[in-house]
Design a protein around this ligand. Structure first.
Ligand SMILES: Cc1ncc(COP(=O)(O)O)c(C=O)c1O
Length: 449
């Protein structure tokens, strides 16, 4: 059975725990916080709480996660039931459950209390979203989006999107479903409109910002304006910026995708993905595809990711601080040709990043001076940075996009997208930044010897 949720029900469930929290807060109209100025003089700051809506970090801990009504347990339990007893024939149990979507539960592929709670939480955290559906991987979430297209349609994608996305479009969507795709630099003036004219059968625009691995920033407003003119859906893979880094739906983008494998879970121990929208018709399709194709997120992984997202805002804050310091260090290094980080003034879309992003994130790419061998020397001498694919976790990871994450992309396409053999991608973690810089320093000493 397919389960569809009415928007008000999602919000009711998402804010159930928040209501209690806010009632408690409203009683104390003002609080006094003592802060210290640099000169150590104490000053008092009044913070008015009366009309304040809960913020991101509060929602991350409470949305969709009220204490368990039967035990008082403060964590949403992992519910492993695959099937749920019915009160009557065709009347599922659990309509009043906070994650029951007012329909209750019948079979776990379609609805599961732990996954539903996670979906409610993420829908609350992605600004502009009303609905969320969770899948077994980021690729399963992207595959779901591609299933909005039909035989004969065309997809326009950004030229340096994740290699797995390009592989999905080139080796599956194209040959199996006859959905063609083309790849452009969204920052080239007029390129998107030109492509839409060339492919009038385009029904979907897929892009990432910051893009993977060259960290280009794409202007939401510009993309949405052109897409609306041609009546084409837009889907933004928001994995790199994460939930609190940029908010594509608030600019009118139709769909947001996250690989929760990355920042949302944040501990390199879950593979999963989500699709978000504020459009009920799209959401119905996503739920239908979740149930019909069966690529749903497991209860255990839902629990883990819900636990991970509770600390997202403080993890992202630290990742960004560390990334800014490391990017500056790299930019001043004699063995580095060029650094790509949206927080640096030298980044080609730095101003756009300042306008559009609330955090520059923890991803840095840079070109090592020299060739692939110099790159290999650097990567093989690092001790703290782990040589590994993936990103967005507490530990710092480093990789060669051309040889690792993007190796499935044809070589000439990589060159066009600026993914040269000497490009290195770093996912900055939350370790002590001095230790990370020291690690770079000792590894660089082996380069070009
Ligand atoms: C930007 C981006 N989107 C999607 C994915 C796919 O996610 P998953 O590995 O969970 O399938 C990745 C994986 O690295 C990614 O970097």
């Amino acid at each position: 059975m397919e389960t569809i949720t009415h928007p008000t029900i999602i919000f009711a469930a998402a804010t159930a725990s928040m209501t209690m929290f806010m009632l408690h807060q409203r009683q104390k109209v003002k609080i006094i916080v003592e802060t210290k100025k640099k000169d150590n003089v104490k000053r008092q700051k009044k913070i008015s709480l009366s009309n304040t809506m809960p913020s991101f970090s509060t929602h991350a801990i409470h949305a969709g996660q009220p204490p368990d009504s039967s035990t008082g347990g403060v964590c949403v339990p992992i519910n492993l039931s695959t099937t749920f007893s019915q009160n009557n024939i065709g009347v599922p149990t659990g309509a009043n459950h906070p994650a029951g979507y007012n329909k209750g539960f019948d079979y776990a592929r379609g609805t599961n209390p732990t996954r539903n709670a996670f979906e409610i939480c993420i829908a609350q955290l992605e600004k502009g979203a009303k609905y969320c559906a969770a899948y077994g991987s980021g690729m399963a979430a992207l595959t779901t989006v591609v299933h909005l297209c039909k035989h004969g349609d065309h997809i326009i994608c950004c030229d340096d999107s994740y290699g797995g996305t390009q592989r999905l479009l080139r080796t599956i969507a194209g040959p199996i479903y006859n959905i063609s795709s083309s790849y452009i630099d969204f920052n080239e003036p007029g390129a998107l409109e030109k492509e839409l004219k060339q492919y009038p059968n385009t029904t979907l625009i897929m892009f990432e910002t910051p893009s993977n691995p060259t960290l280009k920033i794409i202007d939401f407003e510009k993309v949405v304006k052109v897409a609306k003119k041609y009546n084409v859906l837009t889907s933004c893979d928001n994995t790199f910026a994460s939930l609190n880094g940029s908010q594509p739906l608030t600019f009118g983008v139709d769909i947001v995708v996250h690989a929760i494998t990355k920042y949302i879970n944040g501990h390199s121990d879950v593979v999963g993905g989500v699709v978000l929208t504020s459009n009920i018709e799209l959401y119905k399709k996503f739920k239908h595809l979740q149930n019909s194709m069966g690529a749903c997120l497991s209860p255990f992984d839902s629990y883990m990711a819900m636990r991970g997202v509770k600390t997202l805002s403080i993890r992202m804050e630290r990742c960004e601080q560390n990334a800014m310091e490391i990017a500056t260090y790299l930019e001043n290094h004699t063995k580095v040709e060029k650094v790509l980080y949206p927080g640096l003034r030298s980044h080609p879309q730095h101003e756009l990043a300042c306008r559009q992003m609330s955090s520059f994130g923890g991803m840095i790419s840079f070109f090592v001076k020299g060739d692939l061998n110099d790159c290999r020397t650097l990567l093989s001498n690092l001790k703290l940075f782990t040589l590994a694919e993936s990103l967005g976790a507490v530990e710092s990871l480093i990789e060669s996009p051309a040889l690792m994450t993007h190796h499935s992309v044809p070589l000439e396409r990589l060159k066009e997208a600026g993914v040269e053999p000497n490009l290195v991608r770093v996912s900055v973690g939350i370790e002590n930044v001095k230790d990370l810089i020291n690690d770079f320093e000792q590894a660089f000493s082996f380069v070009g010897r």
